[in-house]
Design a protein around this ligand. Sequence first.
Ligand SMILES: Nc1ncnc2c1ncn2[C@@H]1O[C@H](COP(=O)(O)OP(=O)(O)OP(=O)(O)O)[C@@H](O)[C@H]1O
Ligand SMILES: [Mg+2]
Length: 381
Amino acid sequence: MLTTPLDQDKFTALINAAVDGIVIINHAGIIETVNAATLAMFGYTEEEIVKQNVSLLMPSPDREQHDTYLKNYLSKGTAKIIGIGRDVMAQRKDGSQFPVHLSVGKFTVQGAIQFVGILSDQSARKTAEVELEQLRKYNYHQDKIATIGTLASGILHEVNNPLAAISGIVHELQWGEAADDLPESAKNLLTIVQENIERITNITREVSDLSTPSSNHVELYSLNELIERTLRLLRFDKNNHDIDFVTKLSPDIPAIEGVPDHITQVLFNLLVNAIDACHDSKPMHVVEIATEMTNQAVLLTIHDNGTGIRPEHLNKVNEPFFSTKPPGKGTGLGLSLCHSLLKEEGGKLEIDSTFNQDMNNHSEKSHGTTVKVWLPQNRKN
Ligand SMILES: Nc1ncnc2c1ncn2[C@@H]1O[C@H](COP(=O)(O)OP(=O)(O)OP(=O)(O)O)[C@@H](O)[C@H]1O
Ligand SMILES: [Mg+2]
């Protein structure tokens, strides 16, 4: 407790030394005093802010409703923040928004009620939370792929032994002593059997290859090969059997220097988004994947004729945690993860989409979503 009265100079020095923003308002919400931290946080000068309604510092809908909050508190004692404190959004002079923790206290000076708000900028903490969540999601995806790989290796092992036995018998029938007794038509059939045995072996090997130790190792990789492998895995999922994956992969694109595992993650996220959008729409699902060389970089295009993105959502889809999917189906981190991974690869991603009002109309190829990913041939470290 203060034992001597605090003079104006000391009071001003005290509030200006505070790291957090301090805003004092009167009973009607009019700002009477702000400290230096508040001005720095919001980008206003003292003249611009003092005597203004405090709602100036808030985005909608709080901006329009703040006067009512105050009135309700003063008439009925209903407190939304006063005496409680909570995380809210604040709005800078330039219109940008940022998270703050706001705690509000009430005091009375010479019979007049006043409120003091202490604002602590939470942007850094929120960014750290988002990064942590992205890392979690990245690891989750890696774990998922690794699990599929382990499973596939197990299957490969189990399947390979009987396959080797079958293959041996077929080989014996084709080329061994018994071969002389077999008619030509039977030998032809055996060739088909042998080819199919090879196909099974290749499929299991591909899946287990896909997951072999994921790393951050920079190497030269073939984008087309990563696409083929990722698609093979997605095609295994019987939920995707109604989707026609069409590839237009240019044989002329160069090997790319980078972390192939990052690109596999990006492909997975983008293709799963495309698949989800198709499942939400009527039949005739097509996901088209194309690669081509442009002047600057290798261009990967993924086009789907699914639902498309509502125009009002288009500038939000890249934000972390924005998802239109039901809980448990999407965390809303897929695209932001793609952006961070591509940044590391020196690449970038752009989304263009036409929302499908009429899902029965698939005649227009432009319907749906097109994601373009540019990857430089050489990663700049
Ligand atoms: N190809 C697409 N077609 C239609 N909408 C899309 C497409 N790709 C993304 N979106 C929209 O963007 C939102 C955000 O996508 P993002 O990949 O970041 O998260 P998510 O798919 O919802 O969840 P997560 O990827 O974390 O599982 C989606 O919820 C969806 O509304
Ligand atoms: Mg996604």
